[in-house]
Design a protein around this ligand. Structure first.
Ligand code: NI
Length: 128
């Protein structure tokens, strides 16, 4: 029995180019999906809020700039081409001096503010 097949895309996703299309900071945009997961790009500057995601790990890949991730034990710095995974349930706060462009990998439906909510919660599932 043949299984359902989706049409293959005929172009690669250029992360830097997608990030350049985003017009505001802290507004993740979906660029691809894999099974239940989404790949999102985001431009950040300054500090976000402390939050956690009780239901999932969250991966950050730096495209450009330098990402700081504040964790309960201290801060770690993530450079372009580097990846860091925040384990589920661990409190974190992302930050960048100047601007940084990131890719976030996590299941669909996860909010940027996690369990905290509030005014910095971005619209979810917006593609670019
Ligand atoms: Ni998070």
């Amino acid at each position: 029995m043949p299984t359902t097949q989706q049409q293959a895309s005929m172009h690669a996703v250029n992360l830097a180019q997608k990030a350049s299309l985003i017009d505001q900071h802290w507004s993740p945009r979906v660029v691809a999906e894999m099974n239940d997961y989404q790949f999102k790009v985001v431009r950040i500057e300054g500090e976000f809020i402390w939050h956690s995601h009780p239901e999932t790990d969250e991966a950050f890949f730096v495209i450009e700039g330098k990402l700081r991730i504040d964790l309960p034990q201290g801060s770690i710095y993530v450079a372009p081409g580097e990846l860091y995974v925040v384990p589920r349930g661990v409190a974190h706060r992302t930050a960048a001096e100047g601007e940084a462009k990131l890719m976030i990998i996590e299941p669909g439906g996860i909010l940027n503010t996690g369990h905290e909510g509030g005014e910095r919660t971005a619209d979810n599932d917006v593609w670019i």
